[in-house]
Design a protein around this ligand. Structure first.
Ligand SMILES: [Zn+2]
Length: 231
């Protein structure tokens, strides 16, 4: 493992090498790059709806030390991503594919908020391991290079365990909010299964970053049952 760059050591707190301040500044840089590269949806009503859902879930989430930002990218693919520091991007293709199922959308947004709450990107930086990213980029590591890593949406991915954890948190937050049906996330998975057969090209990025399998759905089902049982 390469030596951790000084930037990350400087912000050490709460047991993590990457401070919230570092997360926010890296996320901000990546967000600027993403918004320069991809079209941002300006439909006021749609943006309001997504932000409202995000805020409803942030109210009941486990991490409130950052400002969450919810935006829509005008990309036809079915996908959603989150950056360190609280940026959440939902692709327009995902919104369209859910055909008005707001609970499914809320489930996906809850999943993305879950990645932020569990500091998955910060942990990724701490571990200096990102699948598919050349090791020399990481070894030199600095804030700018990390921002470039997170801005590269096609490459960005978390571990399978992180994905399961984000699923659990998404279910937990929709459940806690009492405003959304937590089964929405499971309906989203079912929808992906259907689309995998009918429109696989729109799912490439989503399935690369969020591998869908029976186990993932079963885990979500049993976690939801335990939530409902008060566990
Ligand atoms: Zn995820």
């Amino acid at each position: 493992m390469a030596v951790m760059p000084a930037l990350f050591l400087s912000g050490c707190k709460e047991g993590g090498l990457v401070s919230t301040k570092d997360e926010v500044s890296i996320g901000q840089d990546a967000a600027r790059q993403i918004e320069a590269k991809y079209p941002v949806n300006r439909d006021l009503a749609l943006n309001r709806m997504i932000s409202r859902m995000g805020e409803d879930l942030v109210t009941v989430c486990d991490r409130k030390d950052i400002d969450y930002k919810f935006k829509i990218l005008d990309i036809k693919e079915v996908n959603a991503v989150s950056l360190p520091g609280g940026w959440v991007y939902v692709y327009k293709g995902l919104i369209d594919a859910m055909e008005g199922d707001k609970d499914a959308l809320a489930g996906v947004i809850g999943h993305e908020i879950g990645h932020v709450c569990a500091r998955h990107s910060a942990k990724m930086m701490e571990k200096e391991t990102i699948a598919g990213i050349a090791i020399e980029v990481l070894a030199k590591g600095n804030a700018k290079q990390w921002a470039n890593v997170f801005a590269n949406l096609e490459m960005l991915r978390y571990s399978r365990e992180d994905e399961y954890e984000a699923d659990r948190l998404g279910l937990r937050y929709t459940f806690r909010s009492k405003k959304y049906d937590p089964r929405g996330l499971i309906r989203f998975f079912r929808k992906l299964e259907q689309m995998e057969k009918s429109k696989p090209s729109q799912l490439e990025a989503m399935l690369r970053t969020h591998p869908l399998n029976t186990q993932r759905i079963q885990r979500a089902e049993s976690y939801l049952a335990s939530l409902r049982a008060g566990g």
